[in-house]
Design a protein. Structure first.
Length: 333
């Protein structure tokens, strides 16, 4: 195959820098096995002549490819494809215990010729922009956990839609987007409805939704709907400083920090979780079944979320999938 003519299609009118077009074309060709390990790439002079580019432009592209391990160079012989490995980028919000489950499921289901870089945006739009801008064209595919900010859609537009999978939260998507989501609304309502009998022994349900959380407010709407539909008294507590445990109350929490405070106050006030007070936690972690006598949880399956993300990497088909949210009842309720 004549890589110079067949794969390198330079659009001189594009806003994408020409060196980046070269990088993207070669990364894509390696990822799609159009060129194999050991394939000799066209010389700098050949690309300059064929595509009317400066030596600096072509050399910059090859330097980026070399720094990223895609190509290597032999003095007086030129550049060649270094290996058949494909690189993918996984961008998460933060690295909490349940995200670790997602991460390991994702990594463990990737074939040996695919390696993953992992970065975290911490809900900071400047971090997010830097990560995406610096990674554009360098990866085979992108798995992005996005968040609620008006600039996210514009930032993600820099990634080809067929190479992008958005995960976890259905926001900033359209009908053509690839995604694997959990449902923070109706599915949560179904799960907490399954706990209705266990919640009946408490006089009130308090939802702990501290101001520092980024959990979608959609869950609050469906919590209120549940309480009204099933005639439960309830409160929403947003100021974590105002949390003082009360006998006869069940607590629903989206924060593991608040779970720690609940257990601490239960001990201080000699209240037995599951009898005197109740607790229903959002998001399963490997340790919650061992904490105290077991913490009841409402959670999506983060292992399945990671598995589906890995499936997107290895498949060329579009993906639109919701991972169910379920209830696990333990001693805390």
């Amino acid at each position: 195959m004549d890589v110079n003519k067949t794969l390198l299609q330079i659009n001189h009118a594009s806003d994408i820098p020409k060196y980046q077009q070269i990088v993207t074309a070669i990364v894509d060709a390696v990822a799609e096995s159009s060129i194999k390990k050991g394939s000799v790439l066209p010389s700098v002079n050949a690309i300059c002549k064929t595509h009317k580019l400066s030596r600096d432009t072509v050399f910059k592209a090859y330097s980026i490819l070399k720094d990223n391990g895609v190509v290597d160079a032999v003095p007086n012989k030129g550049y060649f494809v270094a290996h058949d490995t494909k690189k993918v980028l996984l961008v998460l919000d933060t690295f909490k215990a349940y995200k670790e489950v997602l991460y390991h499921s994702f990594i463990n289901n990737l074939p040996d010729n695919i390696i993953s870089d992992v970065q975290f945006h911490h809900y900071n739009i400047d971090n997010f922009k830097t990560i995406i801008n610096n990674s554009a064209g360098k990866y085979y595919k992108y798995i992005i956990m996005n968040f609620d900010h008006e600039d996210v859609t514009d930032v993600l537009s820099k990634i080809s839609s067929d190479k992008l999978l958005q995960i976890d939260w259905n926001i900033h998507t359209d009908s053509d987007s690839n995604y694997v989501f959990q449902d923070f609304g109706a599915s949560f309502y179904t799960a907490i409805t399954a706990a209705e009998k266990a919640l009946r022994k408490y006089k009130r349900i308090d939802f702990l939704y501290p101001s520092f959380t980024y959990h979608p407010t959609e869950t609050l709407d469906y919590f209120k709907k549940f309480c009204k539909d099933f005639h439960f008294d309830y409160q929403i507590i947003t100021d974590s400083k105002n949390f003082n445990i009360e006998k006869g109350v069940a607590y629903v929490s989206v924060s593991d920090r608040m779970l720690g405070r609940f257990l601490e106050q239960s001990k201080d006030h000699h209240l037995e979780p599951g009898t005197d007070v109740g607790f229903l936690s959002y998001n399963e972690t490997p340790m919650k079944k061992f904490i105290y006598k077991g913490i009841s949880v409402i959670s999506t399956d983060f292992k399945e979320l990671g598995t589906k993300a890995a499936e997107f990497i290895t498949s060329d088909t579009p993906m639109q999938h919701y991972v169910p949210t379920t209830l696990t009842l333990r001693e805390s309720l």
